[in-house]
Design a binder for this molecule. Structure first.
Ligand code: GLC
Length: 717
C-alpha cells in the first residue's frame, strides 16, 4: 500500500528528480558523490564509514528541493566487519538458523556504518563448478538454496526494516544466471520454461515470499532475452504473478550491456527497454548520460511506479524519519561473540570427504605443514570487504594448540608456481615427520565474478606437491580451501584424509585436532572430471539409465565393454572413459562419530490429492542413535522419488533436512512434514505454468547422505 507521503512526493517531483531516484552509481569519489546527490541521485554505494554516509545524507536531506534521503547499498555477502564463511560454505552447514544468525550479524555491522541495503543473498542454483560465482551461492540443490536464501533474507531484514540492525536484502541474480553455457560467466542461458520453473525460479520465489525488499536482475539472457530487458520475467512473473511490490535493481552496467547484447541500438533504447521491462533502479548512472528528450519515450506511469517503489522502500527503512546514523555506535571491529560465531560457522561448514582414521590428529611429535595455505591469512574468499578482520594462519593455530609438537613449514608451492626444489624440500621434510598436512586450494582471485575456469583441478603445481609427499608413505591430510567443487581424481586415493574447508576461517585446526567433530555436507557434487559438467544428483533418469555394477545392472548382460569399470550395459547414458557418477555426491560428508538409523516410518501410508490440496500433510520420521563414544552432529536428509509423473522427474529431489547434535548413546527421532510443496512440481505445458501434485507412488529416501538412505513408499490417491 503506497503511503500518502510517497504519493504526495511523486506528484511533486520533476522528471529529472524522478530519474535521480531510479539510479545508483557505484563508488564515485566523495566529492563527485556529493555533487551527484545534490543533483538528486537517490542511491549511492556505502562510502566506507558512518561519518561519510551522514555527510552524503545531509546533502540529500538538507541541500535538495524535496530532501529525499538516500539508499546506501553495499555487497555485504558473507559478513561486513566479521567475515563469515563464503555462502557455499554456509550452505555446507545445512544449518539455516546459523545462516540467519550470520546475516543478522552482518546487517547489524553494516547498518551501524550507515549501509541500508545489501546486494545479497545470491540464490542462483548452479550445477556448473566452472562458473566462478558458485562460491557466492548455495550450490546445486533447489531446496537447500531456497532454504538458505530465505534464512539470509530473514537475518538481514528481521521483522522491521527500520530497526537499527536491519538492512534491505536484494536477492540476486534474477534469473538462471547459474546456468551459463560453457560455465562462462555472463554467457547465454537457454533454460526451458520447465527448467526455469522447477529449478531456477523456486529459490527466488522463496526469498520474495520471505519478504525480500529487492531483487537484482542478472547479466545473462534467458532464451535470447537479456534479463535487464525481460518483461516476461521481471514484470510478468516477479511483479504480477508473485505480487512483488519491492524494487528491481539492475546489476552493474547491466542496462548499458544491452548494447553489446545487441538488443538496443543506443543508450536511450537500452534505458527505455529496461524501465519498460520492470527495472526500477539502474546501476551505473546511464539515464543521466542521456538527453532528457530521449527519456520522454518512457511510459510516465511506469516511471511513477518505479519511483513509488523506491520511496516506499526508503520509508520502510525509516530513513525519512531517521536519515542519519549514530557515528558513535558504528561497529568497526568484531567483538568476541561475533568472532566466535564466525569460527563456529567455519567449523560447521567443513566437510570431511574421506578419513582412514588419521583424523583427528593425535598430537604428533613432528608435523609437516606445506602448501600455499599453510601460512596464509587469506582465508576469506570472494566479496570480502577489505575492512574485514584478518584471519590467523593454520601454522600459527597449530603451534598454539600443539605446544609439544614440532610444527614444520617446508617446501610447498604457491598457487600458481612451484619449483622442483620446493617440491623436493617438502618431500624430504615429510620423511622426517609423523604426519603431513597439505593446505591447498584456490586463491580468492580464482573464485567469484568473472572467474570461470575450464580446468577444475588444483591450480599450479599443487597436485605435484600432494603426490610428492604422498609418495613417502607418511600419513597425508589434505585441507582444501576453494570456492568451487574441484576435480581431485588424480590424487584422492593417495592420501589418508581430505577436509573440505572451503574458504572458511582458521577453524580448520579445531577440526584437525578433534575439538570440533565435522558434519558438513557437500552442497555441490564434486565431478570426477570437468567433462562431466554440468553435473548434479537431481538429474533425469534418461530412457537408458546406466547403473553401477552390482545394482540393477546385474540383470543386464556383461558385454565386456571397454570403458568404465562400474558399468556393464552398452546402450546406456554414460561416458566410455569415465566411471559413472560424481567423485563425491551432493550431501556427502562424514565425521568422527557414527550413527545408526532405524527404518524410516510414515505417519500414514497414503494421502489423497484432496487432503494435500487442502494443506494436509503426513510425517516421515527416522530414529537415529549415536553409536560412537563422542558427541556428533547428524544431518538427516529426505529425498523424494516420484516413480511416474507427467514429466520426466528427477531421480531424487531433496525436500527436507535437519542437523542435530547427539551425545554418545543418545537417540533422537527426526521428523519431517511432507505436503503439497514437497510432493509437487511445476507443469509448463500450458500458456501458464501451474504447480501440481499427481497421484501415484512416491519413494521417500531418508538418510545421512544421498548414498546411505533407506526408502519407504507413500501412495498419493
Ligand atoms: C557486480 C555483481 C553483483 C554486485 C554488483 C554491485 O557486477 O554482479 O553481484 O552486487 O556488481 O557490486
Amino acid at each position: 500500500m503506497t503511503s500518502a507521503r510517497v504519493i504526495d512526493l511523486v506528484s511533486r517531483m520533476t522528471p529529472d528528480e524522478k530519474l535521480g531516484q531510479l539510479q545508483i552509481i557505484f563508488r564515485p569519489r566523495p566529492d563527485d558523490a556529493a555533487a551527484l546527490v545534490r543533483r538528486g541521485l537517490g542511491a549511492v554505494f556505502w562510502p566506507r564509514s558512518s561519518a561519510a554516509t551522514n555527510a552524503l545524507q545531509r546533502v540529500a536531506v538538507e541541500e535538495t528541493r524535496l530532501g529525499i534521503p538516500l539508499l546506501v547499498g553495499l555487497d555485504v555477502v558473507h559478513g561486513q566487519r566479521t567475515i563469515a564463511p563464503v555462502p557455499l560454505a554456509q550452505a555446507a552447514t545445512f544449518d539455516p538458523p546459523l545462516v540467519e544468525a550470520l546475516a543478522a550479524l552482518a546487517a547489524a555491522e553494516a547498518r551501524s556504518g550507515g549501509a541500508t541495503m545489501t546486494f545479497s543473498p545470491m540464490v542462483d542454483v548452479s550445477r556448473d563448478p566452472r562458473w566462478g560465482r558458485v562460491v557466492e551461492g548455495f550450490g546445486e540443490d533447489v531446496h537447500l538454496t531456497a532454504t538458505m536464501g530465505r534464512a539470509m533474507v530473514r537475518g538481514y531484514q528481521g521483522d522491521d526494516l527500520s530497526a537499527p540492525g536491519a538492512i534491505a536484502a536484494t536477492v540476486k541474480h534474477f534469473v538462471a544466471y547459474g546456468q551459463p553455457e560453457g560455465g562462462r560467466d555472463y554467457n547465454a542461458v537457454d533454460a526451458s520454461p520447465h527448467r526455469l520453473r522447477n529449478v531456477h525460479l523456486e529459490s527466488f520465489r522463496a526469498a520474495v515470499d520471505a519478504g525480500a525488499a529487492a531483487v537484482m536482475a542478472s547479466f545473462n539472457t534467458v532464451a535470447g532475452v537479456p534479463m535487464h530487458a525481460n518483461h516476461t520475467l521481471l514484470t510478468g512473473v516477479l511483479k504480477e504473478e508473485w505480487g512483488f511490490a519491492g524494487v528491481v535493481v539492475g546489476d552493474a552496467d547491466g542496462v548499458r550491456n544491452l548494447l553489446p547484447h545487441r538488443v538496443a541500438a543506443d543508450l536511450a533504447d537500452a534505458v527505455r527497454l529496461a524501465y519498460d521491462a520492470g527495472l526500477d533502479i539502474e546501476m551505473g548512472g546511464a539515464p543521466w548520460d542521456l538527453d532528457p528528450a530521449d527519456l520522454a519515450v518512457i511510459d510516465p506511469a511506469r516511471l511513477d511506479d518505479a519511483v513509488a517503489r523506491v520511496l516506499s522502500l526508503k520509508e520502510a527503512l525509516g530513513v525519512f524519519d531517521t536519515p542519519y546514523v549514530d557515528e558513535h555506535a558504528e561497529i568497526t571491529t568484531p567483538d568476541a561473540a561475533s568472532r566466535a560465531l564466525a569460527r563456529r560457522a567455519a567449523a560447521r561448514a567443513t566437510v570431511l570427504l574421506r578419513n582412514d582414521g588419521t583424523l583427528p590428529l593425535k598430537a604428533p611429535r613432528h608435523l609437516l605443514l606445506t602448501g600455499p595455505y599453510a601460512e596464509s591469512t587469506d582465508h576469506l574468499g570472494a566479496w570480502t570487504q577489505s575492512f574485514g578482520a584478518p584471519a590467523g594462519s593454520i601454522a600459527d593455530a597449530l603451534r598454539e594448540r600443539l605446544p609439544q609438537t614440532e610444527v614444520r613449514v617446508a617446501g610447498g608451492t604457491g598457487f600458481f608456481d612451484g619449483s622442483d626444489d620446493d617440491i623436493s624440500a617438502a618431500r624430504a621434510a615429510a620423511q622426517e615427520c609423523d604426519v603431513v598436512v597439505v593446505c591447498v586450494g584456490e586463491p580468492s582471485t580464482l573464485t567469484g565474478e568473472a572467474a570461470s575456469r575450464s580446468d577444475l583441478r588444483l591450480p599450479g603445481r599443487q597436485e605435484d606437491l600432494i603426490r610428492a609427499v604422498a609418495g613417502t608413505g607418511i600419513p597425508i591430510v589434505v585441507v582444501l580451501e576453494n570456492g568451487r567443487p574441484l576435480v581431485v581424481a588424480d590424487w584422492i586415493d593417495d592420501v589418508s584424509a581430505v577436509l573440505e574447508a572451503w574458504q572458511a576461517a582458521a577453524a580448520i585446526v579445531d577440526v584437525l585436532l578433534g575439538a570440533v567433530n565435522p558434519a558438513g555436507r557437500l552442497p555441490m557434487s564434486f565431478p570426477r572430471s570437468v567433462g562431466q559438467v554440468p553435473i548434479d544428483y537431481a538429474h533425469e533418469t534418461t530412457g537408458r539409465p546406466a547403473t553401477v555394477r552390482g545394482s540393477l545392472a546385474a540383470e543386464s548382460q556383461d558385454i565386456g565393454l571397454h570403458g568404465p569399470d562400474n558399468v556393464q550395459e552398452k546402450f546406456t547414458s554414460k561416458y566410455l572413459d569415465l566411471d559413472l557418477g560424481p567423485q563425491f555426491a551432493f550431501g556427502h560428508g562424514t565425521g568422527y562419530a557414527t550413527f545408526a538409523h532405524a527404518a524410516p516410518q510414515l505417519s500414514r501410508p497414503t494421502i489423497t490429492l484432496g487432503e494435500l490440496e487442502a494443506g494436509g500433510t503426513l510425517t516421515v520420521s527416522v530414529e537415529v542413535a549415536n553409536t560412537a563414544e563422542r558427541a556428533g552432529d547428524e544431518v538427516v536428509q529426505v529425498y523424494v522419488e516420484d516413480l511416474v509423473a507427467s514429466i520426466a522427474p528427477p531421480v531424487r529431489r531433496l525436500v527436507a533436512f535437519d542437523r542435530r547434535t547427539l551425545d554418545p548413546d543418545e537417540t533422537h527421532r527426526f521428523s519431517f512434514a511432507l505436503g503439497r510443496e514437497q510432493l509437487g512440481f511445476w507443469l509448463t505445458d500450458a500458456a501458464t505454468a501451474r504447480f501440481v501434485v499427481e497421484p501415484g507412488v512416491f519413494r521417500l529416501h531418508v538418510g545421512s547422505t544421498l548414498e546411505s538412505t533407506q526408502a519407504v513408499e507413500l501412495v498419493v490417491e
